[in-house]
Design a protein around this ligand. Structure first.
Ligand code: NDP
Length: 338
């Protein structure tokens, strides 16, 4: 089997030489284990963000979907599909044994959710960790109410595109920020955002003031940095901010990271609530998000899009492309033809 191993702590944008692809022998299965052939691998921003906290070398983690080839676990028969967090590998042994190296306690593997005929790849996207992030982060932390104005950054990405559409379903006015005119057009024409803005080519403060003349009630923050300061400064009384990610600084040297700009007056006087979250907090509720998202897709209320890269050898390029904003929708890698 093959797997990607991270050799270094990244400096700036991760380099190809920071990864090794290693061939290794798979051990025979023990009781309770399954052998999975990978079909879809996810490339996500947290792969970059969590690098500093890990000691190197380590196996590259990420969500993946595969099909069971051999099974010594009756719950996962041969031919069934499984979602796991064992990352960039073409074959994976999974175990329920909590002491096993094939077990990730934060994200134990689980059966493919009932996708009602949709592509299994969605299990690493809209019906996977990013979908749960959008659904639970927005509904639990922002608690958007009908008629309120919701702003989302990273709006054309895996999480952001779903956040905006759920906010529309909940009857909100939705404004999204994204990094290209094509993304802006997709958000407005296909996803029904009330307004989308290219943050690279516009004056963010002025554009937001025009798009949200009555101010912002909820902000789902995927990017952090200066744009977030501007958005937070235009929030209404008792506004809610879900701090989901800060991709604008993931490639920065953590020791030289800029301090947050001065926001205190608006946070205090407007009595805002800002809350950071990690979606694994609600791991036992992901299935709720999945069921509702699948239903919305089937009902035509939620549009999903994927940016597919083919081939196990191209995972690095897919990952770097996602960090650079090449993806509209969820960036995924198709490993082998099912
Ligand atoms: P996306 O699909 O949104 O892909 C990343 C996108 O980030 C790119 O397409 C690019 O779009 C944008 N981007 C890159 N650099 C910058 C920058 N300097 N400023 C602004 N935008 C930038 O990824 P995900 O949807 O998977 O993740 C979105 C965010 O959510 C990330 O911050 C991630 O870490 C976070 N996250 C948090 C979770 C949690 O539990 N808290 C779980 C999952 C994700 P563009 O062209 O618009 O610049």
């Amino acid at each position: 089997a093959r797997k990607y191993v991270v050799k270094n702590h990244f400096k700036g944008v991760p380099k190809r030489y920071d990864f090794d692809v290693i061939e290794y022998e798979l051990a025979p299965l023990r009781e309770g284990e399954i052998l999975v052939k990978t079909e879809w691998i996810s490339v996500d921003p947290y792969i970059r963000a969590y690098n500093a906290a890990r000691s190197v070398p380590y196996d590259q983690f990420s969500f993946q979907v595969g099909q069971v080839q051999e099974s010594r676990d009756r719950e996962f028969p041969v031919g069934s599909r499984v979602v796991s967090h064992l990352g960039w590998r073409d074959y994976t042994i999974l175990s329920k044994d909590k002491t096993s190296k094939y077990y990730d306690p934060r994200h134990p593997h689980y059966k493919l959710p009932d996708l009602k005929g949709l592509s299994p790849s969605l299990a690493v996207g809209a019906v996977g960790m990013p979908g749960a992030t959008a659904y639970l982060g927005l509904l639990e932390i922002c608690q958007p109410k009908k008629g309120e104005t919701v702003v989302v950054t990273g709006a054309a990405g895996a999480v952001g595109s779903i956040v905006g559409q759920i906010a529309k379903i909940k009857g909100c006015r939705v404004i999204g920020f994204a990094g290209s005119d094509d993304k802006v057009e997709w958000l407005e024409k296909d996803l029904g955002f009330d307004k989308a803005i290219n943050y690279k080519t516009s004056d963010v403060a002025a554009a937001l003031k025009e798009a949200a003349p009555k101010g912002v009630d909820c902000y789902f923050d995927n990017v952090g940095g200066e744009i977030s300061s501007v958005i937070i400064s235009q929030m209404n009384m008792f506004g809610r901010v879900a701090l989901c990610g800060s991709i604008s600084s993931y490639n920065e040297d953590a020791s030289k990271m800029p301090k947050a700009s001065i926001l205190q007056p608006s946070i205090v006087f407007k009595q805002l609530k800002l809350e950071g979250f990690i979606v694994s907090r609600w791991f036992d509720r992901w299935h709720e998000a999945f069921a509702e998202i699948v239903q919305w897709i089937h009902d035509g209320k939620l549009v999903v899009r994927e940016h597919v890269t083919e081939g196990f050898d191209n995972i690095y390029d897919a990952f770097i492309g996602m960090l650079a904003g090449e993806n509209t929708g969820k960036a995924v890698v198709k490993v082998q033809r099912p």
